[in-house]
Design a protein. Structure first.
Length: 94
């Protein structure tokens, strides 16, 4: 394992690579969720939010928050990327 001494902490570059892998996958999953959510719902939250409709912006941000919380817990508890994908699929369906 490659480690670097930085002040009082050791940085494992393998851990940094795992962090970046999970981070990129979670960003892709969030984008996929938003595209599916805005396609399925009859409301046009993006357009209405840009026009200043606060209720539409709150609705969209609530759906983002509602997917981000289970996604965060799935990242915390997952043993692999495949495990994360399964739990994020379940979170997106709920």
């Amino acid at each position: 394992m490659i480690e670097t001494f930085l002040g009082d902490a050791y940085i494992s570059w393998v851990a940094v690579a795992h962090f970046l892998k999970y981070f990129v996958v979670s960003i892709v999953l969030m984008g996929l969720f938003l595209s599916i959510y805005t396609t399925i719902t009859p409301c046009k939250e993006w357009v209405w939010s840009r026009e200043g409709n606060k209720a539409a912006a709150l609705s969209l941000s609530g759906s983002i928050f509602g997917f981000a919380l289970p996604l965060t817990y799935a990242i915390f508890q997952s043993a692999s990327i495949a495990d994360l994908l399964v739990w994020s699929l379940i979170a997106g369906c709920v």
